[in-house]
Design a protein around this ligand. Structure first.
Ligand code: PLP
Length: 452
């Protein structure tokens, strides 16, 4: 029999602060495998920490989401938001499913081309697009979403020079009842700038106004906000048709649908509180039918969902480094991953599961990462079974924004693997090493020598 571990006793003040009227959470199940592949074996083979992506979950989530819209509205197209997770293998799963690409920078644009997305199926968003990038996008017949008047004027000039009527949309920002309002991107609806931009595009005769775009926020909890967004874009589209004789071919509602993560400070787990994708689809498509278009002139609905499509498919595996008692008596557990690779721990209370059997003694604890930095807190307060050095944990729903916003700070980025639908694992991004990190550094000649 294995020798039991001794933990010295401590006296702790009772803390009822975490209890709410629904009681404390008691869902402690060890998570020993993902899609049938053992956590222990993945860490053995690929090291710890380790990002794991489930191809099966991506495809299921995508198909479920598309179905919610396509069963309600005849013309729907999704475009994968590259910045949410632009590891090429992940993008390719979405493209195989039929998703176009939505990019917000020149390098993302080139990544989409490199993934063999046809130029006319790339949506180019964002406030910064260089002359070279815009030229490439025009030549490839991409959908260019204009962010500001400077870009609009430049596009008129470039289209004239290249003798091409480039396909453009404007990004529209608006009051949808969500505050703070995201009014820094695109043209404002309420103050008339959006309508003004539409007029300028049509009057120029140099551009094709193909669509209208908005992206009203992220992790939206209100279906009503999308209904208002459709009404306002619909109003612009209707006026373009009736006053400017310009048929808008698509309305792009952007991203922003929530994943089932729990926001920091939320009273209840996200999975119990966020509206379902069907409720969002119902609000959006219902408002689309009410704009007033005939059945044969209904605009294409484009969606650029990011986090809602990938969060659930991502896991982070890690290992316990140490435990300690803080000065106030709280238990602290130190893990081998922190905010450097789990950026979303600033927003979410990520669910964390032990990956092996445990005793049912639990305690409120703080989970720290390995960085020599005070901000490196994975969970400020979480009730978990006691974890020991070498124990493994699984962090859930980390597929969105971590593999793009991760920092090469103090520690290097780990391996990322994909579990395919047959349960085979594939390395899709190799962990970094010193040579990789120093690849772009240059040493001036006078600093070559040191004499200590
Ligand atoms: C970030 C972004 C998205 C994806 O947003 P999610 O909130 O992850 O769905 C879509 N469109 C644009 C323009 C974006 O900037």
């Amino acid at each position: 029999m294995q020798k039991l571990r001794y933990e010295s006793p401590v006296i702790q003040k009772m803390n009822a602060g975490l209890m709410n009227k629904y009681g404390t959470r008691t869902e402690y199940e060890p998570v020993k495998q993902i899609d049938g592949v053992s956590v222990r074996s993945m860490i053995e083979q690929y090291g710890s920490p380790l990002f794991v992506i489930s191809e099966r979950t991506i495809r299921r989530t995508y198909q479920h989401t598309v179905r919610a819209f396509k069963t309600r509205y005849p013309k729907v197209q999704f475009a994968w938001s590259y910045k949410t997770n632009y590891i090429n293998a992940v993008c390719k799963v979405f493209h195989q499913e039929g998703s176009w690409a939505e990019v917000v920078s020149g390098f993302e644009y080139k990544k989409a081309l490199g993934n063999n997305v046809p130029g006319n199926k790339i949506i180019f968003n964002g406030p910064e697009k260089t002359t070279e990038e815009l030229t490439l996008a025009i030549q490839n017949d991409s959908l260019i979403h204009i962010d500001h008047f400077e870009e609009l004027y430049q596009l008129i000039e470039l289209s004239e020079k290249l003798n091409t009527k480039s396909r453009v949309a404007i990004r529209v920002n608006m009051d949808t009842g969500i505050y703070p309002m995201w009014d820094r991107f695109g043209f404002n609806y309420e103050n008339g700038q959006a309508w003004n931009a539409i007029n300028k595009i049509v009057a120029s005769g140099k551009l094709q106004l193909t669509g209208l775009h908005c992206h009203i926020g992220t992790f939206m909890l209100s279906t009503e906000a999308y209904r208002i967004a459709v009404q306002k874009l619909g109003d612009l589209a209707w006026n373009a048709k009736t006053q400017l004789n310009t048929a808008i071919q698509y309305l792009d509602l952007g991203g922003g649908l929530p994943s089932s993560n729990t926001l920091r400070g939320a009273y209840l787990p996200g999975a119990d509180t966020i509206p379902s994708v069907d409720e969002f689809a119902e609000a959006i498509t219902d408002a689309l039918y009410k704009i007033g278009f005939n059945a044969n002139e209904l605009p294409l609905l484009i969606l650029e969902s990011g986090r809602a499509l990938i969060d659930d498919a991502g896991y982070l595996l890690g290992t316990v480094l140490a435990n300690k008692r803080l000065s106030d008596g709280r238990r602290a557990t130190i893990l081998d991953f922190g905010v450097n690779i789990l950026f979303t721990s600033f927003w979410y209370e990520h669910k964390i599961s032990p990956a092996q059997d445990f005793t049912h003694h639990t305690e409120d604890m703080v989970l720290y990462g390995p960085l020599c930095m005070n901000i490196d807190v994975v969970r400020q307060s979480v009730n978990l079974p006691l974890l020991n050095r070498g124990d493994q944990v699984v962090v859930h729903k980390v597929g969105a924004y971590n593999m793009t916003q991760w920092m090469q700070f103090i520690q290097m980025r780990p391996n990322v693997i994909l579990i395919d639908e047959k349960g085979e694992t594939h390395l899709i991004r190799e962990s970094e090493d010193l040579a990789y990190i120093e690849l772009k550094e240059k040493m001036p000649a006078h600093l070559q020598q040191i004499n200590l």
